[in-house]
Design a protein around this ligand. Structure first.
Ligand SMILES: Nc1ncnc2c1ncn2[C@@H]1O[C@H](COP(=O)(O)OP(=O)(O)OP(=O)(O)O)[C@@H](O)[C@H]1O
Ligand SMILES: [Mg+2]
Length: 340
């Protein structure tokens, strides 16, 4: 079961802009196993979407440049594929769900055609087989009257329906990897819960691996097995959901957990936002990028960036506090976090 479908190693991605080079992803490494659901969390601008879109090679180059590292997906080195080869991989082995379905659905094409097109082009299906598969997919994602919906255009659907249609398109080719980038933030809470439940069910049925990108740690607890915490273009902590909630080690993770409400809490709790803002990625600091916002920062933190310390087989964190010579600090009471 621990067979990797995706291995990202020391991935570095920059944007060349008129003002200089933005180092959006600065050496990210992680692994995704077959059938696993992995969450990537972190504040806005920390490189979650750039990481995901680089895996799918959806960011145009230029402006983006893969500066280094590797992305191994299903025995292929993604960074070295031609655009044409990559198009085939995207059409047959990967699926992506975006926050705003309107940006990924084609407004000029009926929902049915958007599903059948990929099946015909990449899976070599005939028109009729593709059509019945599309109806089946629409039914599977809970769209009523799927035959009728086939001929409708995205603007004729409600927000929740569009999200479902997008999931149908992403899953129609039975992808080995599904990346969902903030898939539910634009939806109301009940529909969010339904969509998450649906993705979870479908991925189990189809044995797809999922990367879910979110600010919402509640979503993570509900759906993922493992979590990656990103900050300023790096992975600062990763572990199983339980390790991250019950034994977080990085002060940034503590900050994230204290800044979100608990889903299971009936009482009012004090939410503590993380003070300050993330660093400028045009000129990232030499030391730990979180140091100037960290209540526990020591001299070493400003001088050099810590390497990840391995805590268990699944849990690691990159913080000087984990150095054997570092002073022992009390972790703050973590009122935040999600319902478990
Ligand atoms: N086309 C671009 N040109 C220049 N810089 C970019 C471009 N796209 C992203 N960036 C920069 O890359 C960094 C990482 O952005 P990214 O979109 O990955 O953040 P994110 O973690 O997904 O944030 P959010 O939670 O807001 O979606 C940011 O500093 C962003 O400004
Ligand atoms: Mg993003």
């Amino acid at each position: 079961m621990n067979e990797p479908i995706l291995e990202v190693s020391d991935l570095k991605v920059s944007f060349r802009t008129y003002a200089g080079e933005v180092q959006a992803v600065r050496g990210v490494s992680f692994q995704l196993n077959k059938g696993e659901v992995l969450a990537i969390v972190g504040e806005s601008g920390c490189g979650k979407s750039v990481t995901a879109q680089t895996i799918m090679r959806l960011i145009p180059t230029p402006p983006s440049v893969i500066k280094g590292g590797s992305i191994r997906f299903n025995n292929k080195e993604i960074t070295r594929l031609t655009d044409k080869e990559m198009e085939k991989v995207r059409g047959s082995e990967m699926g992506m769900i975006f926050q705003d379905p309107m940006t990924s659905l084609n407004p000029t094409m009926s929902v049915g055609r958007q599903i059948t097109e990929g099946l015909i082009k990449h899976q070599g299906m005939g028109r009729r087989a593709a059509s019945s598969r599309a109806v089946e997919m629409l039914k599977l994602v809970g769209i009523s009257n799927p035959e009728g919906r086939m001929n409708q255009y995205p603007h004729e659907l409600s927000g929740g329906m569009r999200q479902r249609a997008m999931i149908a398109i992403a899953l129609a080719c039975n992808p080995k990897l599904l990346i969902a980038d903030e898939p539910t933030t634009a939806l109301d809470v009940t529909i969010q819960a339904q969509i998450i439940e649906l993705m979870k069910k479908l991925s189990e049925q189809m044995d797809s691996s999922i990367i879910i990108i979110t600010h919402d740690l509640g979503v993570v607890a509900d759906m993922a097995q493992r979590v990656i915490v990103m900050y300023a273009g790096k992975v600062v902590e990763q572990g199983t959901v339980d390790e991250l909630y019950y034994d977080p080690r990085h002060p940034y993770t503590w900050g994230l957990l204290r800044s979100v409400p608990r889903l299971d809490s009936s009482r009012e709790e004090e939410l503590v936002p993380i003070p300050g803002t993330p660093p400028d990625l045009f000129a990232p600091p030499a030391g730990c990028a979180f140091a100037d916002r960290c209540a526990y920062a020591m001299e070493a933190c400003f001088a050099a960036d810590p390497e990840p310390t391995r805590l268990t087989r699944t849990h690691s964190a990159a913080c000087w506090l984990l150095h054997p010579d570092a002073p022992k600090v009390e972790r703050p009471v973590l009122t935040g976090g999600a319902a478990r």
